[in-house]
Design a protein around this ligand. Structure first.
Ligand SMILES: [Zn+2]
Length: 248
């Protein structure tokens, strides 16, 4: 049995500035490009922040790190154009590597205090059977940074940002890659954009792997929409940020 929060589910469509925090270059788009494209069309500023450098996922192992990084960014900018992403930031932590959780949290506090999003998207760090530590750390650090943004005694990685910060409201957090969705977003009208964005990620997928990804996305988008009034969906856990602690 799942006991839901008593707090009302925040309305994503009222968001004006959405910060989407992802472990790797393609996670926001795999998890949520359909709804994010809609929110962009609805007038929200969509900003992506990528935590790791994603270099382990680059298919062509003959590329230098510089060339691989350039290929990843080329793909990400092409996808961003389709989804309607306005700005991008990168933290550059080593993909699948050893780095400090609190360093990531400090950096995320810094960017949340600078960007002042009213809604945050990230991957669900409590996804059962998630084996990739980058996803667990990113989702948890994003959740803590959302909760602690207003508490400037909890330092970010830039003291100047902390002292200049005037607390603002973050109305909600949406987790993609979740097994406990409370919202199935209707992405029927932006499905083509989502597929178009995913096809941009050439550096990370062989043509064969890309086709497998698209087949899986096709099946999953229809599976999650079963029982709904629309054919394709994205599952999200959308929470009031006050629901991120002790389950109220
Ligand atoms: Zn990832």
């Amino acid at each position: 049995m799942t006991i839901e929060t008593i707090l009302p589910t925040p309305d994503m469509f009222s968001a004006k500035r959405i910060l989407c925090i992802q472990p790797h270059y393609d996670d926001n788009d795999i998890g949520a490009a359909g709804i994010l494209a809609q929110l962009a069309k609805n007038g929200a500023e969509i900003i992506y922040l990528t935590v790791t450098n994603d270099l382990m996922g680059v298919v062509d192992s003959s590329l230098s790190d510089e060339k691989a990084a350039a290929a990843l960014k080329r793909d990400q900018f092409a996808a961003a154009e389709i989804v309607g992403v306005k700005e991008q930031y990168w933290l550059g932590y080593p993909d699948a590597g050893e780095y400090n959780y609190f360093d990531v949290r400090r950096d995320l506090l810094k960017y949340i205090r600078i960007i002042k999003p009213d809604f945050v998207f990230t991957c669900d760090p409590w996804l059962t059977y998630e084996g990739h530590r980058d996803h667990i750390q990113t989702g948890l650090a994003a959740s803590e940074a959302v909760m602690f943004a207003g508490l400037t005694k909890i330092a970010s990685s830039d003291p100047k940002v902390d002292s200049a910060y005037e607390p603002h409201d973050i109305n909600g957090i949406a987790f993609y890659f979740t097994r406990e969705p409370n919202v199935i977003a209707d992405i029927s009208s932006t499905w083509e954009e989502k597929i178009g964005a995913l096809r941009c990620y050439e550096a990370q997928f062989t043509p064969q792997d890309m086709e497998q990804l698209l087949v899986a996305m096709d099946a999953k988008s229809q599976q999650v929409a079963q029982g709904q009034s629309f054919p394709r969906g994205e599952p999200l856990k959308v929470l009031n940020t006050s629901a991120l602690h002790v389950g109220i």
